[in-house]
Design a protein around this ligand. Sequence first.
Ligand SMILES: C[S@@+](CC[C@H](N)C(=O)[O-])C[C@H]1O[C@@H](n2cnc3c(N)ncnc32)[C@H](O)[C@@H]1O
Length: 195
Amino acid sequence: MGAQVRTIVTRNSLDSWEALWAPYDETTYRDALAFIRPEDTVLDIGAGDLRFARRAAAVARRVYAVEIQPALLHHQPPLPPNLLVICADARQIPWPRDITVGVLLMRHCAHVGLYTRRLREIGCRRLVTNARWRMGVEEMLLEPRMPWSAVRIGWYACLCGAVGFVPGPPSAVTPAVMETITEVENCPACQPFPG
Ligand SMILES: C[S@@+](CC[C@H](N)C(=O)[O-])C[C@H]1O[C@@H](n2cnc3c(N)ncnc32)[C@H](O)[C@@H]1O
C-alpha cells in the first residue's frame, strides 16, 4: 500500500474479543452507511480489512481508517484518494481534529466510553455503532445528556456504552416507561476518563 498508510507501533494489548477480526453482514454496513453524509469526515475505528471504510469513502469527503492488525491491511487493492489508513491502536494515537462522525462497528468493544469522550473532545457530535446494544446499528448523538442520577425509573443508554434499567415500584412500570430509553452520562459503569 502506498503513502496513504501510516503505521504507528503501540504496546497495549486488547481484550481478546476486541482483537477479533470478523466482518459483519451487508445489512450492518448498509445501515451504517445510511448515516454517512457527503460532507462528512469519518473516523472508522477498528476498520478491519477496510470493507466499510471503502464504502464510506465512496460517500464521504474523507475517511480515516484505524486498524491495529497490520495483516488485515496487506494486499489491498489501490485505495481511493480520500481514504487514509492508519495502522495503530486507536486508543493511543492522537486523532485528526476534522472528524465529523465516528464509526465503531465492533460489537464487543470495551472502550465505547473512551471513544465517545475523545470524539466529543475534538468537537465530533455523532458516533455510528453497533457496540452499545450489540445488535443493530445506531447513531449516538454525543451532545451533553442528562446525568444517570436524574433517571427515576426505566431504561437508559449511557455515553460510556452501558445500557440498563433503573428499577422502581411495580405500579410505576407502565408500557410508556418500558418503551422509553433515556440517553444519559455518568452512569455507575462509567470509568474515569484518562487525561
Ligand atoms: C469485529 S472487527 C470489525 C471490523 C470492521 N469495523 C468491520 O465492520 O468490517 C473489529 C476490528 O477492530 C480492530 N480493533 C479493535 N480494537 C482496536 C483498536 N484499539 N485500534 C485499532 N483497531 C482495533 C480489530 O483488530 C478488528 O479488526
